[in-house]
Design a protein around this ligand. Structure first.
Ligand code: DP6
Length: 328
């Protein structure tokens, strides 16, 4: 008999960034983070358990996945099999409808979808918090994509050993859009896991980041709960700049000329009265947090920035769902 589960998740963009690990082996973040899950920017992952399989396989966007991605996938599946008392191998097929491994948070929605589909197909009766913890062990930002709306992930591992993300506010809490300004179609130069490790090892500013980030996180969370978009925006941009400054001091540089031009455009738009703030992850793209009212005008201005190839617009969206579940 063949069992199959299909999960759908969305990317998330951190407003208060996670950068650095408190515990590398257990993948516990060094700082708390707060993100918004985005409608659109979707991953769909199907996992099939079939008796003829002798090893796990992983197809990503229509091609066999790179060795490292397969290895990380097998690690997650092994955790699930151990909990389920199963030896069944899995056929994993995953699709992103946005560029993979480019700083557009594809690992977040990817591991979230994998965790949700795996827990389901191996019939584990786990809470969403537990599934989020499973995703976190593979990629900490993935813990947040299990949930919709505005989501936080702490950095203190409880005695239970389960550290999952949780919802701070629903998707309709704040009427905002995120404009993803794509500045390159290629894979990022330094994967986030490596970038964090190098930052922790070499940056003279890493300690300052770890000390300061929780303060920014708490202020941002309070501003979000108070629906103070101005403060949320200021702190979002401040968090990204502090993260990148600490990384840059360790020669981990994600920004390009196009990134800087896009940042300058966002500052200029703000000076003209638009409610728009920038953030960047482990890649050259700029994501603009903008009020829904200003989204169209800001989008038109961002498309004009030299080096910005295209602009995707997303609104706060839903968490993970199981979209199919069958046995044949
Ligand atoms: C800059 O979650 O990709 O996007 O846990 O090592 O897989 P690992 O790192 P990952 O890092 C994401 C970093 C970030 C900020 C964020 O999403 O909070």
């Amino acid at each position: 008999m063949t069992r199959r589960s299909v999960a759908q998740t969305h990317a998330n963009i951190a407003l208060a960034k996670y950068w650095g690990k408190r515990d590398v082996a257990a993948n516990v973040p060094a700082v708390p983070s707060l993100s918004v899950t985005l409608e659109g920017m979707r991953t769909i992952t199907s996992i099939e358990l079939a008796p003829d399989l002798t090893a796990d396989t992983f197809e990503l966007n229509g091609e066999p996945a790179p060795a490292l991605a397969l290895e990380r996938t097998v690690t997650l599946l092994d955790r699930v099999r151990a909990a389920a008392g199963s030896a069944d191998k899995a056929r994993v097929v995953s699709h992103n409808d946005f560029p993979t491994s480019s700083g557009l948070a594809s690992s977040a929605s990817g591991f979230a979808a994998l965790a949700v589909a795996a827990a389901h197909v191996y019939a584990l009766d786990w809470s969403l918090e537990r599934v989020s913890d499973l995703a976190r062990r593979s990629s900490a930002s993935a813990a947040r994509s299990v949930f919709g709306g505005f989501v936080e992930l702490g950095c203190d591992l409880p005695a239970s050993g389960v550290l999952g993300a949780s919802v701070v506010a629903p998707a309709d809490h704040l009427d905002v859009r995120v404009l993803v300004c794509v500045t390159s179609e290629g894979a990022k130069a330094v994967a986030s896991t490596d970038g964090m490790r190098r930052t922790a090892e070499r940056s003279p500013y890493y300690a300052a980041w770890v000390e300061r980030a929780p303060v920014m996180f708490s202020s941002l969370k309070a501003a979000l709960l108070a629906r103070d978009l101005e403060q949320v925006g200021e702190l979002t941009e401040a968090s990204a700049l502090a993260m990148h400054a600490s990384a840059m001091a360790a020669a981990v540089v994600y920004v390009t000329g196009a990134t800087l031009q896009a940042l300058a455009q966002v500052r200029e738009l703000r000076a003209r009265g638009y409610a728009a703030w920038a953030t960047m992850d482990a890649g050259p793209h700029v994501k603009v947090l903008v009020s829904a009212a200003d989204a169209a005008a800001v989008r038109a201005a961002m498309v004009e920035v030299p080096g910005v190839l295209r602009v995707l617009e997303a609104r706060p969206g839903h968490g993970a769902t199981v979209v199919a579940d069958d046995a044949s």
